[in-house]
Design a protein around this ligand. Structure first.
Ligand SMILES: [Zn+2]
Ligand SMILES: [Zn+2]
Length: 245
């Protein structure tokens, strides 16, 4: 199956990533990746950009070197109700968002609190992807999260950076296997992302693909493989948005 998209990537605008948007797009073009999503960290992440950065994306072309560019954001889930850190006015201008829990922004809570945080974020109509829910520093009830993602039309992320040996996230493989089991059971689609913080990792989905293969996960539930499934979640990718009438 052709991998169409990498929607979780960071540029220098995140404050702890090391390439520009153009360099990331160039890397995507070299790897023949059709769709690149830029998802710099929202303002609560120390060192990241201010809200105004996320409000001016109309200056970025829809295509760079033949790669479709989507301008999004990795939001921080700020509390156990799932509140996030961009205003409605800014959110409405983005192509998509990812909502994640980060220990630099939010202290891990109990299983019930972390689960409520993820579910609260899922209910936000601007949230398209629940980012790295496999992070065991934020233990959660994965069955409830996967069911809520299905109900509120959000994608569950399989984050390739969760599986690299020096990740600070914990129990990611075991947690991801549990998440994938529930995604299969409830027919909740997943999306594979690199979480690249430099050009080398753009479109690097290798470890996630190995995990999917190990559990015989159905291709039909992987958004990366289907333009129409991606378009169900991201209006900017719908054909009518791209016509010139
Ligand atoms: Zn993250
Ligand atoms: Zn990230």
């Amino acid at each position: 199956m052709k991998d169409l998209a990498d929607l979780h990537t960071h540029t220098i605008a995140s404050g702890h990533a090391y390439a520009t948007l153009c360099e990331m797009a160039h890397s995507a073009a070299q790897k023949e990746l059709p769709i690149l999503g830029i998802s710099d960290h929202a303002p609560s992440m120390p060192g990241s950009s201010q809200e105004i950065y996320f409000r001016n994306f109309q200056v970025v072309p829809d295509e760079i070197e033949g790669v479709r560019i989507l301008c999004g954001c990795e939001l921080n889930i700020l509390d156990y109700e799932g509140r996030i850190d961009l205003t409605e006015r800014t959110l409405s201008r983005l192509d998509y968002t990812i909502a994640s829990l980060h220990d630099l922004c939010t202290a891990p809570g109990s299983v019930e609190q972390n689960t409520a945080a993820y579910i609260g974020a899922s209910k936000n109509p601007h949230v398209v992807i629940i980012g790295h829910p496999d992070d065991g520093r934020f233990p959660a009830d994965y069955e409830s999260i996967v069911k809520a993602a299905k109900e509120h039309h959000t994608l569950i992320e399989l984050n390739n950076s969760s599986f690299i040996p020096n990740t600070s996230r914990v129990n990611t493989r075991e947690n991801s296997l549990t998440i994938l089991r529930y995604c299969k059971k409830y027919r909740t689609p997943v999306i594979i992302s690199s979480d690249a913080h430099f050009v080398c990792d753009v479109a690097n989905h290798r470890l996630s693909l190995e995990l999917l293969a190990s559990v015989d996960f159905p291709d039909s539930l992987v958004a990366n493989y289907s333009a129409s499934l991606l378009a169900e979640y991201i209006p900017a990718l719908r054909p009518e948005k791209n016509s010139d009438v």
